[in-house]
Write a protein that binds this ligand. Structure first.
Ligand code: NDP
Length: 311
């Protein structure tokens, strides 16, 4: 049994998980990285990353991730496709089920990130990749010269709308109320932009174009008057926030009201030996470099924990 127990398993292969893997591998812990639903995490679906230190000309997100993966593999990190089915963190060693495999581990680093939130409409789901997108930086280019909409009222929505004005002739920002969570500066920038129009108190009821397999509009309902209208657009971008990927740990570690992992002293969860890093526990900064930083911290704490427990 003892031989089958891993020193550490890292859940997630984004920026934080891979940085944790580099550090854990260099500490000779032979980490196993479970790649998860979206291998490479959010960076793998972005284009140019211009704010990661060390790349004066910027670097493509997928390339940055590939570099990190190679760096971790070079020091002995192992990678496994698949995602966590269940975890038992109630006794040591922890038991994880990944696909049909059962894995025992002394420590766990949760680096499962956050995924874009969707409206949940069947028509929206049917048209993902056919005019519906959650990533302006990935797909904006395809809407050159077209009219599009962005849904949401936070900074993400403002940022996406502003970014998309580079391509689209008109961007309508659709928000379900008149209260905006966006910071004042971002909101003002969006309001002042000649290509951006606001459609407030508007709930999207349907994305039009399912039969044609191409978005040609949205049906919206005014949340105050109840009246319905149609907005002709070629693309709909989601900017309604992100969902942390931590539901599977509910009841075993503490999650906050929005489902983010609660940590103390940066990366400690309430279960000794279980650490969390990156966007799954960070609702504030959500940057590649901060995710990488907390991945490093988690790996260093794993090392310390194993040493203190005589491994
Ligand atoms: P937020 O939670 O701030 O905003 C989400 C928005 O989406 C809200 O307006 C919300 O409406 C709306 N929304 C949520 N669910 C639905 C739904 N089902 N239907 C319609 N609308 C919905 O998320 P963000 O991603 O915008 O921002 C998260 C954090 O990241 C913030 O702290 C933000 O400041 C930061 N950030 C900073 C950036 C920057 O500084 N450049 C860029 C992007 C993000 P409602 O208000 O009605 O609930």
């Amino acid at each position: 049994m003892t031989d089958n127990i891993r020193d550490t398993v890292i859940l997630g292969s984004g920026c934080s998980g891979l940085t944790a893997a580099i550090y854990a591998a260099r500490a000779n812990l032979k980490p196993l990285v479970i790649e998860g639903h979206e291998p490479g995490g959010q960076l793998s679906i972005t284009t140019l990353v211009e704010n990661f230190p060390g790349w004066p000309e910027g670097i493509q997100g997928p390339q940055l991730i590939e570099n990190m993966k190679q760096q971790a593999a070079r020091f002995g990190a192992e990678f496994r496709m698949g995602h966590l089915v269940s975890a038992d963190l109630s006794k040591h060693p922890f038991t994880l089920r990944v696909g049909s495999d059962t894995i025992h581990t002394r420590t766990l680093i949760i680096a499962s990130g956050a995924s874009a939130r969707w409206l949940g409409l069947p028509s929206e789901q049917a048209l993902i990749g056919h005019g519906v997108s959650s990533c302006a930086t990935c797909d904006g280019f395809f809407f050159s010269g077209k009219e599009i909409a962005v849904v949401g009222g936070g900074d993400s929505a403002m940022e996406e709308a502003l970014f998309l004005t580079r391509f689209a002739t008109k961007v309508t920002l659709v928000h379900r109320s008149e209260q905006f969570r966006a910071s004042r500066i971002m909101l003002e920038r969006a309001i002042a932009h000649p290509k951006i129009e606001f459609l407030s108190n508007a709930r999207i009821e349907e994305v039009l174009g399912v039969e044609e397999k191409e978005v040609h509009g949205i049906r919206v309902r005014d949340t105050v008057t109840g009246t319905e209208s149609t907005l002709p657009i070629s693309g709909l971008f989601l900017g309604i926030g992100h969902e942390p990927n931590a539901k599977m740990f509910a009841g075993q570690i503490d999650l906050d009201e929005d489902g983010y992992v609660k940590t103390h002293d940066q990366v400690f969860t309430r279960v000794p030996g279980v650490f969390a890093c990156g966007d799954v526990q960070d609702r504030r900064y959500r940057q590649a470099i901060t995710a990488a930083g907390s991945g490093c911290m988690a790996a260093l704490e794993v090392e310390k924990y194993l040493e203190e427990h005589g491994h």
